[in-house]
Design a protein around this ligand. Structure first.
Ligand SMILES: [Zn+2]
Length: 192
């Protein structure tokens, strides 16, 4: 098996720390140790008239905890999401995903929604998600940008129960809901 080591891109650094995430948000496990698999998710927001995105929330979670969180998802919700993914892939002709690592440009790759190919700069909100191992990006499951349209469509596919579980989990580990953080970020922006 070929092992490609792509360093953790700055887009997946912790915004609040300005460097790679070091600990799982749930269990506190050290993530930068080789062999530790984890997921990083960031919610980004664009502001009208500004050309940059700011992070609304972010976390890194080890795979064990991530799978634990997914157990909160109902069978039905899981199946709905899988169907959604397969439909979109079918619409795109089920083309196998080809990535040439020699020429791979992550910024370019993350500049549009993985599913709908809408440029993220045209959106109010989008998410970045990537899988990592120790201090490098895992390319077998490439990172993706998920646009607001897809985020909404996916949320609609989740059952009430699943949404409740997710919200509870998020509040417990990620702190106050984004609305509050948004206010803080909004204020910060004015100070710039
Ligand atoms: Zn963990």
């Amino acid at each position: 098996m070929d092992d490609y080591f792509v360093d953790i891109p700055e887009q997946f650094y912790s915004d609040s720390e300005g460097k790679p995430f070091e600990k799982c948000v749930v269990c506190g496990k050290n993530l930068l140790e080789e062999g530790t698999q984890y997921v990083i998710e960031k919610a980004m927001k664009n502001y009208e008239g500004y050309t940059f995105s700011s992070t609304v929330f972010e976390y890194a979670m080890c795979l064990d905890c991530y799978q634990e969180m997914q157990k909160g998802m109902s069978e039905e919700s899981m199946q709905n999401l899988q169907k959604y993914y397969m439909n979109i892939m079918a619409e795109r002709g089920n083309e196998p995903m080809m990535i040439n690592l020699q020429t791979f440009d992550l910024k370019q790759w993350l500049s549009k929604c993985f599913f709908k190919e809408t440029p993220v700069k045209e959106m109010k909100e989008y998410q970045l998600i990537g899988q990592f191992n120790g201090n490098h990006l895992v390319m077998n499951t490439p990172p993706m940008a998920i646009g607001e349209e897809v985020m909404e469509e996916m949320a609609d596919l989740l059952s009430e129960k699943t949404r409740g579980e997710m919200d509870r989990f998020r509040e417990q580990f990620l702190g106050p809901p984004p609305e509050i953080e948004e206010l803080i970020y909004g204020r910060k922006l004015l100070l710039l």
